[in-house]
Design a protein around this ligand. Structure first.
Ligand code: HXC
Length: 258
């Protein structure tokens, strides 16, 4: 596919999507979100890809939804079009792990997009924030919910009510990100992480992702029941037999995603 606002490539078994609208700090306009959605679904459907990395530039992962495009939107139109549901939530439909590799600004919708991914790796120069309050609005793509679940109520309140940004060290301390890496190594580290995941059995990876995501959405009892169903179902796969045989035989497993 031909894209204008993103760059797409594969590195080994990792699909890499780079937001590429530098003149606007990767502000997330409709066209960019449409392209991102297409690229995500294409990698999700590609058997050669086992994990996806989503990144931006060194200056900005994404500085939020495009304010210039948003300013004149009307309520009837955004409601009719289900604007956010339609443009913003494609990443939630992806079955493979999606790693957000964040350098520079991840603000507003940019922070929300990163939080919709499965793992956030942060560069040392990363800055996270939900500055919508400065625009007379509030986060609209899950920020009040996902930031609160990630960092807790008090810090989420402080950030969302004031628009203050959080640097990478604070983001790591607050459990918003998995890890901080030197800025120049961000993409390499993200791809390495993706490669590790892609080398494992795809059915178990997809189920592990699904089960962790359920933890946010249900009770402990239901979540544990869900996990147990998935766990037991993996005994129907060849990869379970192979993985356990390889351990016993002291060799590397040869997973066939079956
Ligand atoms: C449109 C944006 C933009 C945005 C930056 N630009 N962010 N355009 N929408 N969100 C544009 C600027 O207008 C400018 O274009 C160019 O990118 C460079 O930005 P500067 O402001 O000159 O850069 P700098 O001084 O380095 O400041 C960086 C910044 C600042 C701190 C990140 O750009 C900023 O505050 N941006 C807005 C952040 C924000 O409020 N995000 C939340 C949006 S609301 P020109 O043409 O002037 O040179 C949101 C809600 C999502 O995300 C809800 C779900 C859909």
């Amino acid at each position: 596919a031909e894209y204008g606002m993103i760059l797409v490539e594969t590195q080994g078994r990792v699909g890499v999507i780079r937001l590429n609208r530098p003149q606007a700090l990767n502000a997330l306009c409709d066209r960019l979100m449409d392209e991102l959605g297409q690229a995500l679904l294409a990698f999700d459907a590609d058997d050669a890809v086992g994990a996806i990395v989503l990144t931006g530039s060194e200056k900005a992962f994404a500085a939020g939804a495009d304010i210039k495009e948003m300013r004149d939107r009307t309520y009837p139109a955004v409601y009719r079009d289900d604007w956010i549901g339609e443009k913003w939530e494609t990443v939630l439909r992806v079955r493979k792990p999606v790693i957000a590799a964040v350098a520079g600004f991840a603000l507003g919708g940019g922070c929300e997009l990163a939080m919709m991914c499965d793992i956030i790796l942060a560069a040392e120069n990363a800055k996270f924030g939900q500055p919508e309050i400065n625009l007379g609005v509030i986060p609209g793509a899950g920020g009040t919910q996902r930031l609160t679940r990630a960092v807790g109520k008090s810090k989420a309140m402080e950030m969302i009510l004031t628009g203050r940004m959080m640097d990478a060290a604070e983001a790591e301390r607050s459990n918003l990100v998995a890890r901080v890496v030197p800025t120049g190594q961000l993409l390499d580290e993200a791809v390495k992480l993706g490669e590790r995941i892609a080398s494992l059995s795809a059915p178990s990876v997809a189920m592990a992702k699904e089960a962790v995501n359920v933890a946010h959405e249900t009770t402990l009892r239901e979540g544990v029941r869900f996990e147990r169903r998935l766990f037991l179902s993996l005994f129907a796969t060849e990869d379970q037999k192979e993985g356990m045989a390889a351990f016993v035989e002291k060799r590397k497993p040869n997973f066939r995603n079956a």
